[in-house]
Structures are given as structure tokens and as C-alpha cells.
Design a protein around this ligand. Structure first.
Ligand code: FES
Length: 108
């Protein structure tokens, strides 16, 4: 078990325990974390699961694939710490991970 800290735009925090091997999107949905819509269910076609990864954590995940890069371009407020939460899988090294929820998600 590892713990992931979700931080809302207003600074409020939700700590979620997770199993290794799950994606950040999956644990957020299980824990009803607001702001991660994940409308395509993890299919990497919607970008409504956009999050910002804490700067100190960004290098602990494999880099973005071209499809993720393209989808993130459509996500409001995207930056160098942006990821699609359905595309990043948790490992033991992610205990204490900080995930920031964006102000808004794209609308389709
Ligand atoms: Fe749709 Fe992640 S859930 S891209």
C-alpha cells in the first residue's frame, strides 16, 4: 500500500491509500476525488483526467507518449508537470506522491 495526496485548487487535500499497479485515475475514481472526470474510462481519448504532478515526482514516471502529448494540448492550464492520470501507473516509489487537480477540465 502506498499513499497519494490529492490537492484541490483551493488547497484542500485528500489522502488516498492505493495498491501498486493501479493508475492515478483509477484510485482517484475509487476514492471519489473531485475534479478527475475520466470520461473515456482510461482510453486516452478524452483528457478529462488531466492532473499536475508534484515537481519533485514528475521524473519518477515514464515520459509522455505522443497521444498523451496531443491530448494534453487540449487541457486548460496544462504545463510541464501535466499528465493524463489514466496513463501513469503507481509503483512502490510513489508513496507520498502529490497530485494537483486543475481548476477545470476540458469540455466536449
Ligand atoms: Fe480519458 Fe484519461 S480518462 S484520457
Amino acid at each position: 500500500m502506498i499513499t497519494v495526496h490529492f490537492v484541490q485548487p483551493d488547497g484542500s487535500r485528500q489522502d488516498v491509500e492505493a495498491d501498486e499497479g493501479m493508475t492515478v485515475m483509477e484510485i482517484a475514481r475509487e476514492a471519489n476525488v473531485p475534479g478527475i472526470l475520466a470520461e473515456c474510462g482510461g482510453g486516452a481519448i478524452c483528457s478529462t483526467c488531466h492532473v499536475h504532478i508534484g515537481a519533485e515526482w514528475i521524473a519518477t514516471f515514464p515520459g509522455r507518449q505522443p497521444t498523451e502529448e496531443m491530448l494534453l494540448e487540449m487541457a486548460p492550464g496544462h504545463d510541464e508537470y501535466s499528465r493524463l492520470s489514466c496513463q501513469i501507473e503507481l509503483g512502490a516509489e510513489h508513496d507520498g506522491l502529490v497530485v494537483r487537480i486543475p481548476e477545470e477540465q476540458p469540455e466536449y
